[in-house]
Design a binder for this molecule. Sequence first.
Ligand SMILES: Cc1cc2nc3c(=O)[nH]c(=O)nc-3n(C[C@H](O)[C@H](O)[C@H](O)COP(=O)(O)OP(=O)(O)OC[C@H]3O[C@@H](n4cnc5c(N)ncnc54)[C@H](O)[C@@H]3O)c2cc1C
Ligand code: SF4
Length: 484
Amino acid sequence: MGSIDSAIRDVRTGRLPAEDYADVFSDLHPPLTRHEAFVESDRCYFCYDAPCMNACPTGIDIPLFIREINADNPTGSAKTILSENILGGMCARVCPTETLCEQACVREIAEGKPVKIGLLQRYATDHLMANGKHPFQRAEPSGKSVAVVGAGPAGLSAAHRLAMRGHDVTIFEARPKAGGLNEYGIAAYKTPDDFAQKELDFILEIGGITIQNDKALGRDVSLDALHAGFDAVFLGIGLPSVNELGLEGEDAAGCIDAVDYISVLRQSDDLSEIAVGRDVVVIGGGMTAIDVAVQTKLLGAENVIIAYRRGPEHMNASAFEQELALKNGVIIRHWLQPRELTRNEHGEVCGITLDYTAITDGRLSVTGESITLASDQIFKAIGQAPAATLLAEAGIALSRGRISVDEEGRTSIPGIWAGGDCVADGEDLTVAAVQDGKIAAESIHRALMQKPEKVAGFVEAVMADNARATDSAHKPSHPRHVAG
Ligand SMILES: Cc1cc2nc3c(=O)[nH]c(=O)nc-3n(C[C@H](O)[C@H](O)[C@H](O)COP(=O)(O)OP(=O)(O)OC[C@H]3O[C@@H](n4cnc5c(N)ncnc54)[C@H](O)[C@@H]3O)c2cc1C
Ligand code: SF4
């Protein structure tokens, strides 16, 4: 690490030879060949009551799709996958399968070597996207229209299912491109070759979905207007801001929002133009922390340290993700919590002091010892935060700042549904957002197609009234009082 006294931060573009970037940012999990897919699908026991399937948040019939691959029917296999998860191609690339389906696989439990479900899913979905046409058709037009806010995994999944059911969908998306964090957040080495936009095009092939980019709820369009103008509204706005460290000077140059940095990296056509420090410190313990650490290391940073305030077992990043960071030369330091930023004479952040922590009496506390690390860039990766003002103004019931929903994704306002990262108690995973969108879309469909409900006793009351009216028509009427 460089000297903490150094006034000049060493932040540079082009740390690698130009020809190396494509190589170091290449596919994290290269696809299986046809032969490899056969061999891998042969390892599956096609379990009855398959535990892998129960562990998949979208409930994909995993033994069935693997059997279809085994029978050399990758198109049928992809249809099985996509019928439950229309973003099955992206999920095959980004799902932490090691904590979901592959963790539950009986081969993992017996041999510590699960069937490679994620790679098989990718094999099938890639095959269909490369060779087939869109596998689903729209139902007859329902005459109903639905507004979807946010074109991330939750919004796209909801939009596709609604379009399939025959409804007209308009997506309002704040950013210039659709895709949400698939386009702007996921690590570049997990989704090379512009896969997020390819998958978006594939989803839109269903028809009936219009995307209005650069249209933000709260800025260009109000919730009241959407509520009044559409038959239903789905909110899939994710978590647009990041949590602050709460330290003085964190707005200064050198202290960077990790999600913003990754977003710039993801949109870059030339990674050699992304400036990276020689010494980098990342604060956090989740996927974002790992992603920014690994990507700065790949961009050529010399020393990258992740500082996390608890132990490895408490990190949100899975064991696989932690190992990925270590393999790429990132150092993970546990039990360290940021206390103070150091700034040079230009006001730029050039170091950070962290307190050592420990758990005493069940609570995290500082030990009294500290360490100061020189740093050219400090990345904040301690979680994202909901759109507090927007949601407060909307008057929707919230739980710990996120939208409260029932099991069908209904919010406290009739006619408005929500899903994905913006709702309370979510898992903050792509696959969970896809499932939320699907469930909410089916709930919206049921609500829109519902015939007016019978009111108990209403028919009987009308019949009785008619009978009374007929009766009285045959009786002499009472003399009317005439005002005189
Ligand atoms: C850096 C990073 C890496 C990640 N890596 C992984 C991973 O490897 N695997 C995994 O499973 N999960 C990963 N996740 C989590 C995953 O990306 C999210 O759980 C998922 O994208 C949530 O989908 P969503 O549709 O709810 O929200 P988002 O993907 O955030 O999409 C929300 C959309 O709404 C739009 N929007 C926001 N506000 C408004 C508004 N006011 N008006 C209109 N539009 C609006 C946004 O622009 C965005 O397009 C990662 C997250 C981050 C931050
Ligand atoms: S648990 Fe493993 S072996 Fe069993 S069906 Fe699932 S993938 Fe196949």
